[in-house]
Design a protein around this ligand. Structure first.
Ligand SMILES: Nc1ncnc2c1ncn2[C@@H]1O[C@H](COP(=O)(O)OP(=O)(O)OP(=O)(O)O)[C@@H](O)[C@H]1O
Length: 253
């Protein structure tokens, strides 16, 4: 569904993404991980052209993203990011209805469609009339997902969408999104710092570093990976935490 061919992006003369080629199949759930500054966000934003690449090409369903009108491209791609950016002066319903409104969908269907989208992200319908300041962080993030899904995108681009949440909400929302991904037949790309989250949610994990793909494997195979030191270090953190927790559980004092 998405294809990157020799994609390169520089900032201030320094390559951030260098000659990256990869293909992502329809229905895949792919996590992009890597240390801070590895180029994860740059690669994600290049898809919906929030970032313009210097060279190479990115296609969605065989169409070059630079040949698509921006509005059509953004309609196909739901975008969710940390801290979500809900408009504070708009109610939840108005925030969710932003894209359908731009698409000229008649307002008389709004209440029903907003209620359905809230239900999808497991929020009660009464929240429709609240304002963002009256929501918890987890609720706001769910509204962000509902807003992205309102355009009925086939591709979801997510940049640390669970990053600002407490661990319990983070885990709940991650699982809820994974279920939505299945149910709605979405293609999902998730940028995360959290290797454990990537291993538990995604079907395929791409590890970026120094502008390149360091590893590109399904979770089980990545766990057994031996190779690039940076990749191993990220996996070792998860393994070490699991081992220490196991040891703690077994200790008698
Ligand atoms: N608009 C910009 N102008 C200049 N440099 C930028 C710009 N955007 C990103 N960079 C630099 O490019 C590099 C990659 O940034 P990017 O945000 O893609 O990394 P990342 O892997 O998503 O990092 P993080 O995990 O910290 O969000 C960083 O060194 C960053 O400082």
């Amino acid at each position: 569904m998405i294809s990157f061919s020799q994609v390169t992006k520089h900032y201030a003369g320094r390559p951030v993404v260098e000659g990256i080629s990869l293909s992502i199949a329809r229905g895949a759930f792919v996590a992009l991980v890597g240390q801070s500054g590895a180029g994860k966000t740059t690669l994600l934003k290049a898809i919906n052209r929030l970032v313009e690449i210097d060279s190479g090409a990115i296609t969605i369903d065989g169409e070059d993203v630079t040949a698509l009108p921006l509005a059509a491209l953004r309609r196909r791609t739901g975008y969710v990011f940390q801290g979500i950016g809900l408009f504070p002066h708009m109610s939840v319903a108005e925030n969710i209805w932003l894209v359908p409104r731009l698409q000229g969908v008649p307002i008389d269907g709004r209440a029903e469609r907003v209620a359905r989208l809230l239900e999808l992200v497991a929020l009660p319908p009464v929240l429709a009339d609240r304002y963002p300041a009256q929501l918890s962080g987890g609720q706001a993030q769910r509204v962000g997902f509902a807003r992205a899904l309102a355009a009925e995108p086939s591709l979801m681009l997510m940049d640390e969408p669970f990053g600002a949440l407490d661990p319990v909400t983070r885990s709940e929302l991650g699982r809820a999104y994974r279920a939505l991904h299945e149910r709605m037949g979405l293609t999902s790309l998730l940028v995360t710092h959290d290797m454990a989250e990537a291993l538990l949610l995604a079907d395929r994990i791409i590890v970026l570093g120094e502008g390149h793909i360091l590893a590109d494997l399904p979770p089980r195979e990545l766990l057994a990976y031996r190779g690039h030191a940076n990749v191993q270090a990220m996996i070792d953190v998860v393994r070490d935490q699991t081992d220490r927790l196991d040891a703690l559980g077994r200790s008698d004092g």
